[in-house]
Design a protein. Structure first.
Ligand code: ADE
Ligand code: ZN
Length: 336
């Protein structure tokens, strides 16, 4: 029996590099945490909440995503959310993951930074020990807030710096260019953090250029609009600056009208280090393998494309050289 490219995609080991942990909060868990914490929700049922997940653009999603995260109050809530994600990741043969979290969404509600980071970090340790999944945290600044607010967030997080490996930039893109955060990113680089940023999801290719030139980001999150600027594509390809692409997110947020029009194949054919990721899987209709399988089928990707995507995920990750070699060997064994 021969395996199809989609079956291969599901079966092989892979890394996930673009997942907002608050976006893995399933409606069932939102209701369970609301009950545990004595909170009432503006939706009568799990089904009613899920029915509200009809988005027209990024902002229409973010409004409901921030509301969903308001049920997270205690360390155990953050741990339980991340643990639920790790079980899903394991089931999809994700062997390494780099997880975004949005501390300002929680500290603005009075939740201490320690609660957020310790809850997530203990789940990462448990994933390593119990599932064999390696995991690291990336702190994201909310770009609709000020750079001063980002600086204050960095200050508050520094006592826990051993628990996160990098910083990122997310939330409402258009009108909040990367250059708004030049100084705080320079400080983060000085401190030795990895740096990434969302750019070119809804925003123009110029934002991707700012992210790499001004913030000196090591990866671009999304970056699908890079294709509008051939010189930029050539530079991203030449410098092997990875793009963490999220196909089902692009579909649900109307960045593309149909998965068959998704730019993933064009990105690969341009020689870019593109990767597949789930972004906010509880909101966008699927975790890693759903993203992989649906993209492979919609774009008729080949077996070689699938293997390239998995290899890219390990190449683009912030693991040690030793761990990278281990991950590449796992992949080689799986495709042999
Ligand atoms: N926060 C969570 N998901 C996001 C996305 N797709 N773009 C920007 N900010 C986000
Ligand atoms: Zn994202």
């Amino acid at each position: 029996m021969t395996t199809t490219p989609a079956q291969l995609a599901a079966a092989i080991p892979k890394a996930e590099l673009h997942i907002h942990i608050e976006g893995s909060l399933e409606p069932e868990l939102i209701f369970a945490l609301a009950q545990r914490n004595g909170l009432s929700l503006p939706y009568p049922s799990v089904e009613a909440l899920r029915d509200a997940y009809a988005f027209t653009n990024l902002q229409s999603f973010l409004d409901i995503y921030y509301a969903g995260a308001s049920v997270l109050l205690h360390e155990a809530d953050f741990h339980d959310m991340a643990w639920a994600y790790f079980l899903r990741a394991k089931a999809d043969n994700v062997v390494h993951t780099e997880i975004f979290f949005d501390p300002q969404t929680h500290t603005a509600r009075g939740v201490p930074m320690a609660t957020v980071i310790q809850g997530l970090s203990s789940a990462c340790e448990r994933a390593r020990a119990e599932l064999g999944v390696s995991a690291a945290l990336i702190l994201c600044f909310l770009r609709h807030l000020s750079e001063d607010d980002a600086f204050a967030t960095l200050e508050a997080a520094l006592p826990y710096r051993q628990h996160f490996i990098g910083v990122g930039l997310d939330s409402s893109e258009v009108g909040h260019p990367p250059s708004k955060f030049s100084r705080v990113f320079a400080r983060c680089r000085e401190l030795g953090f990895h740096v990434v940023a969302h750019a070119g999801e809804e925003g123009p290719p110029a934002y991707i250029r700012e992210a790499i030139d001004d913030l000196k980001t090591e990866r671009i999150d999304h970056g699908v609009r890079s294709l509008e600027d051939p010189a930029l594509v050539a530079e991203l390809a030449r410098r092997r600056i990875p793009l963490t692409v999220c196909p089902l997110s692009n579909l649900k947020l109307c960045v593309v009208d149909d998965l068959r029009q998704h730019p993933m194949k064009r990105l690969l054919d341009a020689g870019l280090c593109a990767t597949v990721n789930s972004d906010d899987p509880a909101y966008f209709g699927g975790y890693m393998n759903a993203n992989f399988v649906q993209t492979v089928e919609a774009l008729d990707l080949s077996r070689d494309d699938v293997i390239t995507l998995a290899r890219n995920s390990f190449e683009a990750s912030f693991v040690s050289a030793t761990r990278r070699a281990e991950l590449m060997a796992l992949l080689d064994d799986a495709v042999a």
